[in-house]
Design a protein around this ligand. Structure first.
Ligand code: ADP
Length: 277
C-alpha cells in the first residue's frame, strides 16, 4: 500500500483532522516485476548469444583481411561480412525494442533533472564516437538549458535518440552542427529544441516519422530500425509533454521540439558556448 496523509488546516469541534489516502499498488508492482523479468529474458537469452555472434564475426572479418591470398578467403569473407551486418541490425532492433518497452511500461521515477549535465554527457560521448569511427566530429552549440522534472534514465534516452538522429541524418562529408537550447514557457513547462543542419524530413513524412518502424530515409548510408522516434514520443507523452518537428526556415535541416514539466526548484543555467574539439 502507498499511504499519504494531509492535515486539514484549522480545527473542527476542538478536533484536528487528517485526510489519509490508501492506494493499492499490488498490480503496479506485479506489472513492474513482470516487466523486469521480460527485460532480463531479452537481455540474457537474446543479447548474450548475439554478442558472441557479433564478436566472433568481427574477429573472423579481421583475420580474413590479414590473409587475402588464402584460397578460403574469397569464399567466406562475403558470407561473414553478411553475418556481421545481420548481427548488428539484430542488436539495434533488440536494443530499441527493449528501450521501447521500458519507455512504455516502466514506472516513472521523477526527480529534478539538470538537462545541461545530461546533454553534456551525451555530447562528449558522441564526439568521441565520431573520432573513433573516423567521421567528422559534430559541433554543438548549447544554449540555456532549464532544469526539468522527469525520469532521468528516460530523459537521457530521449535526448540521446534525438541527438544521434541529428548526427546520423547529415549528408556524407558534412560536419553535423547541432544547437540545443530550451525556453521556459509561461505554464510551468520547458520547451527544448534540437536544431540540425542535416538532410531534413521529406514532404509528407513529418507526422509519420513518429510511427513505429516508419523510416523516411531508407537508402545507404542511413540505417536504423524506425523505432527511435516512437520511443521519444512515448517518453515525452509519459511526462505530459508533446514532441514535434519542423523544417528550418533559414537553412537546411530540421528542428525537433519537445515540452517537459519545469523542475520544482527551477534555477536557470547560464548560456553555454560552442563545444568542439
Ligand atoms: P531510425 O533512425 O532508426 O530509422 P527513428 O524512429 O529515430 O528511426 O526515425 C524515423 C525516421 O525519421 C528516420 O528513418 C528518418 O527518415 C527520419 N529522421 C529522424 N530524425 C531525423 C533528422 N534529424 N533529420 C532527418 N530525418 C530524420
Amino acid at each position: 500500500l502507498h499511504v499519504s496523509a494531509t492535515p486539514i488546516p484549522g480545527d473542527l469541534d476542538g478536533h484536528r483532522y487528517v485526510v489519509s489516502i490508501f492506494h493499492d499498488v499490488t498490480d503496479e508492482r506485479r506489472h513492474r516485476d513482470e516487466l523486469a523479468s521480460f527485460a532480463g529474458i531479452v537481455a540474457h537469452d537474446l543479447l548474450n548469444p548475439l554478442t558472441t555472434v557479433q564478436g566472433w564475426s568481427e574477429t573472423v572479418v579481421e583475420l580474413l583481411a590479414d590473409a587475402p591470398e588464402h584460397p578460403a578467403v574469397a569464399a567466406t569473407s562475403d558470407g561473414v561480412t553478411r553475418i556481421r551486418r545481420a548481427a548488428t541490425r539484430m542488436r539495434a532492433l533488440i536494443d530499441d525494442l527493449l528501450a521501447y518497452t521500458l519507455a512504455r511500461d516502466s514506472a516513472l521515477a521523477a526527480t529534478d533533472v539538470d538537462l545541461r549535465e545530461v546533454v553534456s554527457d551525451i555530447v562528449v560521448a558522441r564526439i568521441d564516437q565520431a573520432y573513433s569511427g573516423n567521421r567528422p566530429a559534430p559541433r554543438f552549440d548549447l544554449g540555456a538549458l532549464d532544469p526539468v522534472r522527469g525520469d532521468r534514465v528516460l530523459l537521457r534516452q530521449l535526448l540521446d535518440n534525438l541527438i544521434s538522429n541529428a548526427i546520423k541524418y547529415t549528408a556524407p562529408g558534412v560536419t553535423p552542427e547541432i544547437r540545443i537550447a530550451s525556453t521556459l514557457l509561461g505554464d510551468g513547462a520547458v520547451c527544448v529544441e534540437i536544431t540540425d543542419n542535416g538532410i531534413g524530413i521529406p514532404a509528407g513524412h513529418h507526422d509519420s516519422i513518429f510511427d513505429n518502424f516508419h523510416r523516411a530515409h531508407r537508402s545507404a548510408p542511413y540505417s536504423g530500425t524506425g523505432l527511435g522516434l516512437g520511443i521519444c514520443k512515448r517518453i515525452v507523452e509519459r511526462h505530459g509533454g508533446t514532441l514535434t518537428v519542423r523544417d528550418n526556415r533559414d537553412g537546411p535541416g530540421s528542428t525537433f521540439a519537445f515540452t517537459l514539466p519545469a523542475a520544482h526548484a527551477a534555477a536557470r543555467n547560464p548560456v553555454g558556448g560552442v563545444h568542439a574539439r
